[in-house]
Design a protein around this ligand. Structure first.
Ligand SMILES: [Fe+2]
Length: 198
């Protein structure tokens, strides 16, 4: 843990415990200044957390709340890789550290849990210093594509634990929505893997 990460954890704990913050967006905005400070810090995260998993996208665990309310990941997308379209079922705060991320957001015209119809609502290219939120159900669908230069590295504060974070994948060709759980591919290193894709 770097001092900037410790401050981000403390800010998240404070936001989650603050009774005056009554919704996920207000809590995300309360966490955001500590994320901004981390992104501006000369040593924001340990260097080893910037590593891909032998060239594959990975989420390197930076911190897990002992009461399972949230966790921090350094998400590494090698240049040119994409996440596919997916949904986060609970809140998140994302800050961009390296490279860039072409993020497409979608609106669910219909979402039955295992089938969905989505339409694109926005497209942004995020770079170092930018912060975005995941606020489901409406702001939960997106796709990220690492547009370089270099690996895309972003810090995610995400609800629950990696293994309990609700994550679903949209198969654009069939409209099917499939589980997309984080799987611990190596100690403290998580990959989202689609289950049931035909
Ligand atoms: Fe995502």
């Amino acid at each position: 843990m770097t001092p900037a990460l410790e401050a981000l954890v403390a800010a998240t704990e404070t936001a989650l415990a603050d009774p005056s913050l009554t919704n996920d967006r207000d809590r995300a905005e309360a966490i955001s200044p500590a994320m901004a400070a981390l992104l501006d810090d000369p040593i924001p995260i340990p260097n080893e957390a910037r590593q891909s998993l032998d060239g594959l996208a990975v989420g390197n665990l930076l911190y897990a709340d002992p009461t399972a309310r949230f966790h921090l990941l350094a998400v590494v997308f090698p240049e040119g890789t994409s996440s596919g379209v997916h949904h986060h079922g609970c809140w998140g705060v994302i800050g961009y550290l390296n490279g860039s991320d072409e993020e497409t957001r979608y609106r669910a015209v219909r979402d039955d849990g295992d089938r969905a119809e989505l339409e694109e609502v926005s497209r942004h290219r995020w770079t170092k210093g930018d912060i975005t939120y995941l606020i489901p159900p409406h702001d939960g669908w997106h796709r990220v594509k690492s547009a370089g230069p270099g690996d895309g590295v972003s810090v995610h504060v995400l609800c629950r634990t990696p293994l309990e974070h609700p994550h679903r994948f949209w198969d654009r060709s069939s409209g099917a929505v499939l589980p997309y759980p984080f799987v611990e591919a190596a100690p403290g290193r998580f990959r989202a893997e689609v289950t049931g894709l035909s």
